[in-house]
Write a protein that binds this ligand. Structure first.
Ligand code: NAD
Length: 354
């Protein structure tokens, strides 16, 4: 195991290897200013070690900002395991990984991400205390998409209020792209609040779910049909990069608020949205319900407490939108500033010697 230092602003980057099991992992700790770094483990067949390193550096930084704005006493970290989970994921490999997590002595807490599941966290937990996102049988919180969807709904209410003057979706038309785990919990919140919903998904099973459970939802062929239809709010709930040079000029919605991570395809898109008069509620702010849930599990999971915290995404989104107006910057920039402020101001308190 070696420690890598670089000029990206990260506190610590740790390379882990166990030849016997084929484990190659990188743990990135961006900041522990607010507490132990929390972020999931992505298990992915990266083309190169460089690509894996790039991903962990980006993702761990993003977690620091997300956790700061979620009001958590947790810093930002993330880990990647380099390899195809379908080919190399085994109990010994996960346990070897768990031992590396343990070796950091609580500076980093891991959880699920792409390619890792609650069952994997249960295995990792046999070697380390510093793991969350476990199964209900093992005292975990279970499916994080419930509170993710709840938080997205709260962030959407705040964004809609900013644009239309009332924090309700009543009479609004919302386009949901992606009826996966989060999308399926989001749709009922929207309908209950009085919105009409149009949705799309590439998976026929997801469309079947909508036809069976919510026949009042209109279904369209693809995302282009969705975003060019007469919608007030666009909720990207599928993959990253939903807001790009092709889609933004076509968007008819006045508000974007959805669960997908990394919605802005590249820097500058936030400006393009602002120029078109479209309010973008930053993804990492509104989709923090999931991390709020796994963070709550560290204390011993209490659904009502975690839900209350996820409900506050409404207030945080409002605060960010007000700051954006006051400072004349896009909401994504205001969100970054607010996160940096909290990390600096609360993090500084640790210099008061106890
Ligand atoms: N699950 C969580 O708690 C959570 C938390 C934070 C962020 N997110 C993010 O939210 C997004 C959705 O997460 P999820 O857990 O629901 O994932 P999921 O895989 O369950 O659902 C994604 C859905 O999008 C559909 N999809 C894929 N490509 C599409 C396309 N081009 N057009 C339309 N639909 C498409 C898929 O068929 C699937 O039904 C992801 O970006 C994820 O990273 C999820």
């Amino acid at each position: 195991m070696g420690v890598f230092s670089c000029d990206t602003g990260h506190e610590q980057v740790v390379f882990c290897q166990d030849k016997q099991t084929g484990l190659r992992a990188i743990i990135g700790i961006y900041s522990t200013a607010l507490g132990p770094a929390l972020g999931g483990t992505r298990f992915y067949p990266y083309a190169s070690e460089e690509e894996a390193l790039h991903d962990v550096l980006e993702l761990s930084r993003a977690m620091a900002y997300k956790n700061a704005l979620a009001g958590l006493d947790l810093g930002g970290g993330k880990a990647v395991i380099w390899g195809d989970p379908d080919k190399i994921k085994t109990e010994p490999l996960l346990r070897a990984y768990g031992r590396f997590v343990e070796s950091l002595g609580g500076r980093y807490y891991t959880a699920c991400d792409v390619g890792t599941y609650v069952a994997d966290m249960d295995i990792i937990a046999r070697e380390t205390r510093y793991v969350t996102g476990r199964s209900v049988e093992h005292g975990g919180a279970g499916d994080s998409s419930i509170l993710t969807a709840w938080g997205v709904f709260q962030g959407m209410r705040a964004a809609v209020e900013h644009v239309f003057g009332t924090p309700s979706l009543r009479g609004r038309r919302v386009g949901v792209a992606g009826l996966g785990k989060v999308g399926r919990y989001l749709v009922p919140h929207l309908l209950e609040d009085g919105a009409s919903v149009v949705a799309t998904d590439v998976n026929p099973k997801a469309l079947e779910w909508a036809r069976t459970n919510h026949p009042e939802v209109d279904l369209v062929a693809d995302t282009t049909a969705l975003i060019t239809s007469d919608i007030d709010v666009y909720a990207p709930c599928a993959l990253g990069g939903a807001l790009n040079d092709e889609t933004v000029p076509l968007l008819r919605a006045k508000v974007v608020a959805g669960a997908a991570n990394n919605q802005l395809a590249h820097a500058g898109i936030e400006k393009l949205l602002a120029d078109r008069g479209i309010l973008y509620a930053p993804d990492y702010v509104v989709n923090a319900g999931g991390v709020i849930q796994v963070a709550d599990e560290i204390e011993g999971f209490n659904f009502e407490r975690a839900k209350l915290r996820a409900t506050r995404i409404y207030d945080t989104t409002k605060q960010i939108l007000a700051l954006a107006d006051a400072e004349g910057v896009p909401p994504a920039v205001a969100a970054d500033r607010l996160a940096e402020r909290r990390m600096a101001e609360v993090g500084r308190l640790r210099t008061i010697r106890l």
